[in-house]
Design a protein around this ligand. Structure first.
Ligand code: M6R
Length: 613
């Protein structure tokens, strides 16, 4: 939620910081797009200039002709509103009374009401309804008593309760940016003659691939030739903490596609292959399976799409490794933490590695002695850092707010963990294990074939569905988590209400809504005859009430009686079914959104990384 970026640069290294700020901020727009703003020290006058307004970054840049300015150092922000309406006054950066201090913030300052009173009593005048503005005024207040502005900054952050990633610019120290991190993510991009501080990796890629992931409660400052980090009053050494990310600038660009979401759907064959080869040539899966093997209780948690991948994991753990898994939605961790102990292992699934709910679940379990395995896509992000073992997906940066390629790479990684454990526990022999690995090596190819074979049918289906107000997505067995994921994709980008249920459950309430033309998508992921028969019954029940029935699944499902529309995936072994079934459903969601005139990369009210509770 909210993206922040700041840069300070030597003139030799970067003639104008503004071009970078605009470009860098646009690469964070997936984190929120209610308003945008820039604060920078103008090259000629040395004055602090702040340009901000509601709306998307391009709109604000155009309205204020931002790129016509020259800046030596600056900060920028794209907002996902928490406190205060998304209007100009509430847009970041926020400034103090003197107009010399500008601050951008991602997070929530819980005690901002008391701090605001404290500051108003001392004569500070507020211009916004945000929690963030107190930071600029606090710094201004402490400058009155502290000769060293860094001390004033430290005093400022010591007053803050809640979650924050902060970057502060002070006009009297034009080449220095102060930063602090508590809970909300913040990284430093280390360069030659410049340094960057940002919420996420894509924004630093145009200038450097060397990052330092800041840890909780670290703070400090950057200058063009200096990085200074402190933790609890002690200077910390950071050089050995530099990680070089393998993502390229192009990975974070649209590469000719109209939207990131489409690009990322189309990338699935490649990133599945890269995840597969990366994991088969490392110990990550083996180490994770060993931890699971030592545990008596296995939990898996995540939010949204990552939770759905966790459900797929629970399915394969039951089927292959005969090991029960307790899945829970990470924001509900409080209902499960009493079950955590040294005998438990928690698998925390998070693409970004920063989702606050998942992080809190992790911390609650860790505090009770549970071992933690992270499944994440972002190297050095918080969830992997706080885990005992990490399995990385190799999906590259995912910019579209809707998770697509990261879902299937998570499924792949989690399936490999279940297979490895099944082999360790003797439920599948070495030979069977090898055969399964060989099968999984085809996941990328299967996804590619699924995309190619279904594109025309998906387009026709879009015409049939785009005027509908509601869609059911039903499945059985493995089809259930896939149905959940399909429904989430459809609703979040097309705004058509889509709800998933186990098909058998539909008779226990949902069927009441069925009337003539109500669309019901059946996900046929289980190849067995028993499943076919059960789904056949469900299709006929829906058909009898006038539903428009659609099947996406194994070819055998497409031939069932009462099917109005079908997208067949051939016949796939159950271990490969997700890679064949999910891409057509992602394409359906994408094309529905586009045909209805929505931008699938920026669904309303959503942000890619949810770092507030
Ligand atoms: O980064 P994470 O995987 O932890 O994110 C979890 C969810 O916020 C995320 O999957 C969300 O549901 C997406 N909008 C799904 O498309």
């Amino acid at each position: 939620m909210c993206g922040i970026v700041g840069i300070t640069a030597d003139h030799e290294a970067l003639a104008n910081a503004i071009d970078y700020l605009v470009n860098g901020l646009k690469r964070l727009e997936y984190r929120g797009y209610d308003s945008a703003g820039f604060g920078f020290i103008e090259c000629r006058t040395g004055r602090l200039i702040v340009l901000k307004d509601k709306g998307k970054i391009d709109e604000v840049v155009e309205k204020y002709n931002v790129t016509s300015y020259c800046g030596v150092a600056g900060i920028a922000h794209t907002r996902w509103a928490t406190h205060g309406a998304p209007n100009k006054a509430n847009a970041h950066p926020h400034v103090d009374c003197s107009g010399k201090v500008a601050v951008v913030h991602n997070g929530i300052i819980k005690n901002f009401v008391e701090l605001r009173e404290f500051l108003e009593e001392r004569g500070h005048v507020f211009k916004s309804d945000t929690d963030t503005e107190v930071i600029a005024h606090l710094f201004e207040e402490f400058l009155k008593t502290e000769r060293d502005p860094f001390e004033a900054f430290k005093k400022t952050i010591s007053m803050l309760e809640g979650a924050y990633a902060i970057v502060l610019l002070y006009a009297d120290q034009p080449l220095r940016l102060y930063f602090a991190r508590k809970v909300s993510p913040l990284i430093i991009g280390v360069g030659r003659g410049f340094n960057i501080v940002s919420s996420d990796i894509p924004s630093i890629l145009p200038l450097t691939r060397n990052i330092i992931a800041l840890r909780d409660d670290e703070y400090g400052y950057i200058e063009p030739y200096m990085v200074y980090i402190e933790y609890k009053g002690q200077k910390t050494s950071w050089r050995q903490r530099i990680t070089t990310v393998t993502w390229s600038v192009e990975d974070a660009e649209k590469a000719g596609y109209p939207h990131f979401m489409l690009k990322e759907i189309m990338e699935q064959p490649r990133v599945l292959y890269e995840t597969f080869t990366g994991l088969t040539s490392s110990n990550e899966v083996y180490d994770a399976a060993r931890l699971i093997n030592e545990a008596d209780y296995v939990f898996v948690t995540g939010a949204g799409t990552s939770y759905h991948a966790g459900l797929v994991f629970a399915y394969y753990m039951s089927r292959l490794a005969r090991t029960p898994v307790i899945p829970f939605i990470s924001s509900e961790y409080k209902s499960y933490e009493s079950l955590a102990s040294e005998k438990a292992v928690l698998i925390a699934v998070s693409q970004s590695g920063e989702t606050i709910d998942t992080l809190q679940a992790l911390r609650a379990f860790k505090a009770k002695g549970a071992r933690i395995i992270a499944v994440s896509n972002v190297i050095a992000s918080t969830i992997p850092r706080e885990s005992d073992s990490v399995v990385y997906t190799r999906a590259g940066p995912e910019i579209g707010v809707a998770a697509t390629k990261t879902f299937l790479t998570q499924v792949l990684a989690l399936t490999m963990m279940a297979m490895q454990l099944a082999n360790m526990r003797g439920y599948i022999s070495d030979g069977e294990y090898k055969d399964m690995v060989e099968l999984l090596s085809r996941a990328g190819r299967v996804a590619g074939e699924g995309i190619n074979a279904s594109t025309r049918e998906v387009e026709r289906l879009v015409d049939a569905l785009k005027k509908k107000h509601s869609i059911y997505v039903l499945g059985r067995g493995l089809g259930v988590p896939l149905a959940y994921e399909a429904a989430l994709k459809i609703k979040e980008v097309s705004y058509i209400h889509a709800e998933a249920y186990p098909a058998g459950e539909s008779k226990h309430g949902p069927i009441a809504l069925i009337e003539k033309g109500f669309p019901v998508i059946f996900v046929g992921a289980e190849p067995g005859e028993d499943y076919l028969e059960m789904i056949q019954g469900n299709i006929l029940e829906m058909k009898a009430r006038g539903a428009f029935t659609i099947v996406v699944g194994h070819d055998a499902y497409t031939k069932l009686e009462g099917v109005d529309y079908a997208i067949g995936i051939g016949e796939q072994p159950v271990i490969l079914a997700p890679y064949a079934i999910i891409p057509p459903l992602q394409l359906l969601a994408y094309k529905l959104a586009v045909s209805l005139g929505y931008d699938p990369d920026k669904p309303r009210n959503l942000a890619k990384t949810v770092t507030v509770e």
